[in-house]
Design a protein around this ligand. Structure first.
Ligand code: AMP
Length: 466
């Protein structure tokens, strides 16, 4: 029986979809104004596993994700880069989809862009206006009046008064009725960013309304699972609930609210604004796609986890143990031992996944299995039937986890000795203050196709991206 930790009830609950055999899953997608980093990847890999597990259990899963392709951050970045806002967001949407493909995140049924859903957005705002949940601020926009929605704060445990706290992405306006009121529609006529006609005047949607406009279109006013990272609980998900439940009069908007913990660096959230990020593309160039999946699945999706090169290298070494095991199984030509090997571990694996997608527990079952089988391999006691049984178990695991067989040919970046030597040489020159010499070596490394980076942990070298 699958149980899911539900942020809404703050309990682990048995999963029961609204329509038997079907699951509607919505996860907040990215705001596409830059390359995605591995913090984003953590959240999207977590929900890839959720969708794949549900599919493996026989559910017909509709996994929907929005793409925020126009908002203040995109407009700001576009101004700085000299591109039009939608040109910029199209470029980074392509990069995002490329990254997801590279990471084996292929479970999303539909990606839906905010700007492709303007009529649905306007229709939602019209209904909120009619029902008295929204009001106009002349020359500014249409705002949601959080004081009108009595259940405001149920998801995050906050009240409309607490919403006075300064929170990112709550639009500022001195004319708002409540500090926590947020924009549904922003009037704009400046000409740089695209605008649309609306019953209230030219403008563009606020951030929170795109999600409910999109989910209502594809799922209706209620659905099964809503996901995102924990920073979205407030104000974003609270706003979504306020919008859709006010419009439909039905609750809950989503039965299960799932939130991933942050990927942190020295305890701080990995984020663009703090500058402490590693892009997905850089990670893949230095390590590999499957190492990232393996690394993330070692920790439960709800828990925060810290990123460091040392921890990634440790994961890499652990994954090599699995690789070695798979090779040994494939090469084995022994005679059968009598025990049925797989089933106790397959059961443990499934039990772990049923317990709120507990991937670290599921991984522990795999490593226990390896410890059990390794001595048998050494004694040549794995026969052809068992070999097939083991490999088919691992293949099943891999349909979810995607780090065992998937792209086993993917290189683990090996740094050649002569390159390592040059890096040390450069470091010695730097320590001696011989900057010219150090620079010469850096140039030589670049000629050979390697980039050096000086980090607080010392120099790092990685291949240049093609
Ligand atoms: P954004 O593009 O900033 O809207 O982020 C897209 C998704 O990635 C959201 O669900 C974010 O909460 C999530 N996210 C961003 N940074 C991290 C992080 N460091 N760890 C986990 N998830 C993150």
């Amino acid at each position: 029986m699958l149980k899911i930790s539900n942020t809404l009830s703050r309990k682990k609950e048995v999963f029961k979809p609204q329509i038997e055999g079907k699951v509607s899953l919505f996860v907040c997608g990215p705001t596409v104004y830059d390359f995605s980093h591995v913090g984003h990847a953590r959240t999207y890999i977590a929900f890839d596993i959720v969708a794949k597990y549900l599919k493996a259990q026989g559910y017909d899963v509709f996994y929907l994700q929005n793409i925020t392709d126009l908002d203040d951050k995109i407009i700001q970045r576009a101004k700085e880069s000299g591109l039009a806002p939608l040109q910029l967001s199209t470029k980074f949407e392509e990069e995002y989809l490329k990254d997801m493909k590279a990471l084996g995140v292929d479970s999303v049924t539909k990606y839906a862009r905010a700007t492709d859903h303007i009529p649905e957005t306007i229709s939602q705002i019209e209904r909120l206006m009619e029902k008295g949940y929204a009001y106009e601020i002349q020359g500014d926009g249409i705002y949601y009046d959080i004081a009108k929605f009595t259940r405001y704060g149920k998801l995050s445990g906050r009240t409309s008064l607490l919403a006075e706290d300064a929170v990112s992405r709550i639009d500022e306006s001195i004319s708002k009725k409540n500090k926590g009121d947020f924009a549904l529609w922003k009037f704009s006529n400046e000409g740089f960013a695209p605008t649309w006609d609306s019953p209230w005047g030219k403008g563009r949607p606020g951030w929170h309304i795109e999600d409910t406009a999109i989910t209502e279109k594809y799922f209706g006013s209620q659905y099964d699972i809503h996901g995102g990272a924990q920073d979205l609980v407030f104000p974003h998900h609270e706003a979504e609930i306020s919008q859709m439940e006010a419009i439909s009069g039905k609750r809950p908007l989503a039965s299960y609210w799932m939130h991933t913990g942050f990927l942190t660096v020295h305890g701080e959230k990995m984020s663009k604004s703090l500058g402490n990020f590693v892009t997905i593309q850089d990670f893949i160039t230095t390590y590999s796609e499957r190492i990232l999946r393996f690394f993330f699945l070692k920790t439960h999706y709800r828990s925060p986890m810290d990123y460091s090169d040392a921890l990634v290298k440790q994961a890499q070494a652990e994954l090599e143990r699995i690789d070695e095991f798979v090779d040994r199984v494939k090469e084995s030509e022994g005679t059968a031992s009598s025990a049925s090997l797989v089933s106790p571990y397959a059961e443990k694996f499934e039990e772990a996944m049923e317990d709120d997608f507990n991937t670290p527990k599921a991984m522990a079952a795999i490593f226990e299995f390896i410890r059990k089988v390794n001595p048998l391999l050494e004694k040549n006691q794995i026969g052809s039937e068992e070999k097939e049984e083991i490999l088919s178990f691992l293949r099943k695991v891999d349909e979810l986890f995607g780090f065992i067989f998937w792209r086993t040919q993917t290189k683990v970046q090996v740094i050649p000795q002569d390159i390592e030597d040059l890096v040390s040489q450069r470091e010695s020159f730097r320590k001696e203050g011989r900057w010219d010499k150090a620079d010469e070596v850096r140039k030589q490394l670049e000629k050979e196709g390697w980039i050096t980076e000086d980090t607080p942990q010392g120099p790092r070298v990685k291949p240049q991206r093609k």
